[in-house]
Design a protein around this ligand. Sequence first.
Ligand code: SF4
Length: 388
Amino acid sequence: MTEEFHLTPTVPAVLQDIQPLLLDVHKTVDDMDRHWGTVSYSKLNAYTHCQLGWFGGNFGTFLGSTDSSQEESAAVGGTIVQRIWTSLVNDRVYRELPSLDQRVYWMTKQHMALWYTIIFPYESQFEMTKKENRAFFKSARGIARLGQMTQDHGLDVRLYTGIQPKFVVNSDHTHRKHKTLEAYEDSIREQYGKMLTRFASLDVDFDKMISEVFFRTKFLSHIANGSIDFIYNSNGTAPFTRLSELKDGYVLLDGKLQIGPTVSTTQLDFYLAALFTQYRVMPGAVGFIDWSESDFLWHGGVSLDTVNQIQRSIGAMQSNAYILLQSLKDLDRRGVKTISFEDIPHLTVHPSRLNCRFCPMGTTCRAAHEAGTNRHLPKKEELQEGMK
Ligand code: SF4
């Protein structure tokens, strides 16, 4: 009896259809050279979870188009909630609406109007480039849509900015979850009412609050930037308008649709470390707002150690980015045109359901397919459902 040996590994059937992801070395070097010095919480978070995903999502330029923008309709709800609160706070809408009922009415109505405005069927994202999609509401078509939404749903002109289309499979999912559109609207109304009442119970003066606060901080030779959902300048004078007015004891908050396994307190640490580095102020409290519970989840232990820890984590990530960039530059100098995604040096790979679910390479990455943790592309019937 002869024994049969396979000299080359057998590729499991499930992997045979997956095209290797090829990186354009020169374009990647060019892009990474310009952007590697800027850090954000999302970069640090991605680096902590899977270094290959961090690299691919932030710096990789691939041959052909590999990713698409796909939102879960429930997540879009969170984006809308934040946009409505930002307008209430930053546009000082609350001054025009003194009673609780007036505020709840305005927020609910604008929430529903924004829902109709920003949700698009999944496949429509391929009609334009990503850049055009991002700037859609500044284009003639986008401006016409905004006007139509004001006419049809009463969309407030103050919400014309700071929004982007969201491409959603099964765009009526949230409504179906609540059985009817009325039930969805009722739940949103209740949520806004409870949160406004919660703020009132703490005597929060919205004149001391700003929302969607952009910061840009120098960490050694790196730039850290990001946007903080809410800052309450408890010990400052009203109205609070600029970060330079921030006083010790301020409150830093990040809104979440729900507190789940992807929520990490490192996000809060990153923000407070950035503000401390730039303005030398320490918060009195940091925490999340859980929109679904209409309550706060406070994060204890704010200290200088937190700042040092974040600075060390950023240092480690940036050292790796620098070494990686030098290796890719070397390949580029030697005339190597492409490299397979999995062969990128110096990086560890951690496929897991959670990591791959939010990774831009989640549908195409071979490591994810091998581990069975890849995301699935929407099925044809789901797309058709989403187009309705
Ligand atoms: S798909 Fe998963 S394993 Fe692949 S790079 Fe992304 S997070 Fe890592």
